[in-house]
Write a protein that binds this ligand. Structure first.
Ligand code: BES
Ligand code: MN
Ligand code: ZN
Length: 497
């Protein structure tokens, strides 16, 4: 899809397939009022006759409005003007796209007329572009009949004098980059687990690096991980016929010697629970247990598109958690790369096991900041639902920066504690720690974060538990691509732009 900018245009005269006109509960915007005047009140009469209330995301298609040259005027409801925020804008832009029919190849959008309480006007452009591209996403790789009718191919944003310039173009490019990364993360997440296994993810990293001077990839197999003493990681991957992989992607967009941000993604390509096997219901959704990894891939893809001048290392801990004669037993004790020992009491708490060794490994990059992203605990979904990601960090500045990035990118996270008080719940009578809490399921997202905290003492670290936010269940089952927007916003905030 192509995006273009215009300072202004006579909406009645423009020859195009559709006009997208916002309307709040207070009434039509400037362009809507102009069209109403030129059509001698036909637009407002239609709005009234249809009992259109301009509720958030509601749409009304008006065909062949009198005295206009456009076949379709699409009125999009924005709800109350006073409450119109970035979240509402995303909804409006997505509804507008979805309400256009396949005859609309080219449309003009007047959504920039909306005043957004918590976004500046260049962010409005990025957000409309992003929301449109997100709404156009389809995953049809495994459908024998694919959608063939192509819809919108060009969207012209009418944005006023001050933004129909290079600043507006940069805003378009940013929205495109984030959406490209997010949609890539969705693709990886939605892939079936018989195809998307650790070697497939490694292959994806090599494909990303093809012809990209700024990206280099290195993949460690199980032999190399044995040499490094990654006993926790290997305890997870050894039950599977698929070899575990530690995938390292180095994006060198910044100055040589600038300390990198390191992103570590949980890439459990399928989580059966292992010997502590999960119940059958909805187990298919455990193909999404690599969505942390998918978000790291998405960020690397978006960085390449945005050419952000920053150094980022993306590390994927990719393994499949299976029961077998070779699988880890509850009660097994392993030695992690850090030298600390772990009694594996529940093989279903495998995410922390693959992550702890990856988090030890990455110390060699002398990171400025480390963020791990993981579908780590069902307990996080109990605590926060599917609205926000769980954010854990002993560092206030980093926690605040990530919270802010989540707010501004419509991809929120909420901070939870990683206090010392919880640490004794990980005590084991036989090893340095157990891999689950000895106090039962209470505070499970926190005790999981506390486990990781024992391996991240040498650098500034945050953990994002995306178990609730990475995918939607039920009839709308699909990966969301979160938290690519949060991470991209955070990375861009680190770059003086
Ligand atoms: N991948 C799961 C967490 C999960 C479960 C995410 C359901 C989203 C939906 C993780 O590996 C896991 O199984 N965690 C256990 C930990 C427990 C054994 C301490 C859990 O949450 O039940
Ligand atoms: Mn598990
Ligand atoms: Zn898991």
């Amino acid at each position: 899809m192509e995006f273009a900018l215009l300072p202004s245009i006579n909406a009645a005269l423009v020859a195009t397939d559709a006009l997208i006109i916002p309307m709040t509960s207070e009434g039509l915007g400037a362009t809507g009022q102009a069209l109403d005047a030129i059509s001698a009140g036909a637009l407002s009469a239609t709005v009234k006759a249809a009992n259109f209330e301009a509720k958030l995301g509601q749409t009304l298609a008006v065909y062949h409005l009198a005295n206009t040259s456009t076949p379709l005027v699409l009125v999009v409801g924005a709800g109350s003007a006073a409450e119109f925020n970035g979240r509402a804008l995303q909804k409006v832009a997505a509804s507008a796209f979805k309400a256009l029919n396949t005859k609309t190849k080219h449309a003009y959008s007047f959504l920039s007329e909306l005043v957004v309480t918590d976004r500046n006007s260049s962010e409005v452009i990025s957000d409309v572009v992003r929301a449109t591209l997100e709404a156009s996403y389809r995953f049809e790789t495994f459908k024998s009949k694919k959608t063939t009718d192509t819809g919108l191919s060009q969207l012209t944003l009418v944005v006023g004098e001050s933004l129909a310039n290079s600043e507006g173009q940069a805003a378009i490019a940013w929205g495109e980059s984030v959406a490209t990364g997010l949609n890539f993360a969705r693709d990886l997440g939605n892939m079936p687990p018989n195809i998307c296994h650790p070697s497939y993810l490694a292959e994806q990293a090599h494909l990303l690096a093809k012809n990209e001077r700024k990206l280099s990839v290195n993949v460690l197999g199980e032999k190399e991980m044995e040499k490094l003493g990654m006993g926790a990681f290997l305890a997870v991957s050894k039950g599977s016929d698929q070899e575990g992989k530690l995938i390292v992607m180095e994006y060198n967009g910044g100055k040589k010697g600038d300390k990198p941000v390191v992103l570590v993604g949980k890439g459990v390509t399928f989580d059966t629970g292992g010997i502590s096997i999960k119940p059958a219901a909805a187990m298919d959704e455990m193909k999404y247990d690599m969505c942390g990894a998918a978000s790291v891939f998405g960020v690397i893809k978006a960085l390449l598109a945005a050419k952000l001048p920053i150094n980022v290392v993306g590390v994927i801990a990719a393994a499949e958690n299976m029961p077998s004669g070779k699988a880890t037993r509850p009660g097994d004790i392993v030695t992690t790369m850090s030298g600390q020992t772990v009694e594996i009491l529940n093989t279903d708490a495998e995410g922390r096991l693959v992550l702890c060794d990856a988090l030890t490994y990455i110390a060699r990059y002398e990171p400025a900041v480390v963020i791990d992203i993981a579908t780590l605990t069902g307990a996080c979904v109990v605590a926060l639902g599917k609205v926000v990601s769980g954010l854990f960090s002993p560092n206030d500045d980093l926690a605040n920066a990530l919270t802010e990035a989540g707010q501004r990118s419509n991809d929120r996270a909420w901070r939870m504690p990683v206090w010392q008080d919880y640490q004794e719940l990980l005590d084991s009578p036989f090893a340095d720690m157990g891999n689950i809490s000895n106090g039962g399921p209470y505070g499970g997202a926190i005790t999981a974060a506390c486990f990781l905290a024992r391996f991240t003492k040498d650098y500034t670290w945050a953990h994002l538990d995306i178990a609730g936010t990475a995918w939607n269940s039920g009839a709308q089952k699909a990966s969301t691509g979160r938290p690519v927007p949060l991470l991209m916003h955070y990375l861009s905030s680190r770059v003086a732009r």
